[in-house]
Structure formats: C-alpha cells, structure tokens
Design a protein around this ligand. Structure first.
Ligand code: CA
Length: 230
C-alpha cells in the first residue's frame, strides 16, 4: 500500500489529484492546511507528499523546509504543486527543498508519471541493497536475514514485515497500514492479527537480543528504531 498525502486548499484541484491517484490504487489522505498536514505526518507518515505552494496560513514551501529539518521526515518524498503565474521565477531554487514539482494546470498523465518516478527513485524497498540495523542484516534478494553472521529463521510474513520496517526506520505505522502492507489491500483480516505477527517477529528478534528495535507506539502503532538497545 502506498499512501499519498495531498495538501491543497482548492477543492477542484484536490478532486483532480484524488481521482487520478485513486485510479492508480494509491491510498489518499488530504488536508487544506500545512499545520494539519504536519500533525497528520507526525501521526503516520505517508509515502509521498503532494504539496501545494500557496496555502492559507503556513505556505507549502515553509512546510517542506520544516520537514527537511527533522530527522524523521527529511527524506520524505515531496512533489510541490505550483501555479505558473505566481511562482515561475522562484521555482529554480525549489530542488533544495522538494524532490520534484508540477505546474498547474497539469494533465492526469503528467501527474501519474511524476508520482511514479519520484516513488521509484525514493522508495527504499525498490532497492536490492542489503538493509542493516546494528548487527542485523537483511538481504532483499536472497530473502535471508542474519545477525552477527548467524542466520535468523523467519516465515514469509515475518520477513515481509521486517523488510518493510527496516526500509523505513523511525516512522510510526498504524495497524491498518501494516495490514495493507503485509497482507495486501483486499485482505479481510482483523487489525489484531498485526499484533500477533509483531509478537512472532519480536520473539525471533529476542533470540538475538534485538526485539527492542521494534517499538510499540501507544495509541498509534509500531515503529522500527535501529538505535534501540536493551
Ligand atoms: Ca493554493
């Protein structure tokens, strides 16, 4: 499941963005204010932010700068939505703060292409490189996990969950997000099942004294913290 947060105050543009991206099976969340977006991102981080520049209150650019200064959000993919007339002269400096930008008016085809390109470039799991957290190493190609050279035995669901977490350290995911990630969008499974899977993964991690890395975030969900030690 790929979640895109749309931050845009013009209803017609929101509608266009939403319809285009939902047709591509992305999960959409939306808000018209940068302040609300900040809170939503703190709660559960999306995979991509589509951010309008001109917003009431704090501007989209100010939000982008703020996100880039935080450890947890500094690599969050951002596509800025700009209006040609207002901002054409300032667009040149944008690359410092956002991954790409799209100028209104844009076609659904252009939007889809930009979103796909940014996600492909920046989504950690699209890489074949081994992921590491302390002594723990996960090889996405061979599906093997080692700790300090010792093999870790994981079932396919545990592996998928661990891969997802290790590719996205320091981010909080809700049970619903993890459910979609591990079992797929259409699965009819209770959120409690996520807790059961997390418990199983923790048991395996505990045999290598690594279970503290998989943190419970009260009221929200779970987070992978590679810095955690016991
Ligand atoms: Ca606007």
């Amino acid at each position: 499941m790929t979640t895109i947060l749309i931050v845009e105050d013009e209803p017609a543009i929101v509608e266009l963005l939403r319809a285009t991206l939902e047709a591509e099976r992305y999960t959409i969340r939306e808000t018209g204010s940068a302040e609300t977006a900040w809170r939503m991102i703190e709660e559960a981080q999306p995979d991509l932010l589509l951010l309008d520049w001109m917003l009431p209150g704090q501007s989209g650019l100010a939000l982008a700068k703020r996100l880039r200064q935080q450890t947890r959000t500094k690599t969050l993919p951002i596509i800025m939505v700009t209006a040609r007339a207002e901002e054409a002269d300032k667009v040149a400096g944008l690359e410092t703060w956002v991954d790409d930008y799209i100028t209104k008016p844009f076609s659904p085809r252009e939007l889809k292409a930009r979103v796909k390109a940014v996600l492909r470039r920046l989504t950690p799991e699209s890489s074949d490189a081994p992921l590491q957290a302390g002594l723990l190493v996960l090889d996405p190609v061979s599906h093997r996990v080692h700790c300090d050279g010792k093999a870790m035995l994981l079932g396919p669901l545990e592996f998928r969950l661990l891969h997802f977490f290790m590719a996205r350290p320091d981010r909080v995911f809700t049970r619903a997000q993890l459910l979609d990630t591990v079992w797929g969008d259409d699965a009819e499974i209770e959120e409690r099942t996520v807790d059961v899977l997390v418990r199983r993964l923790r048991q395996v991690l505990a045999t290598h004294h690594l279970d503290a890395m998989l943190e419970t975030v009260r009221g929200s969900g779970y987070r992978w913290n590679p810095e955690a030690t016991k």
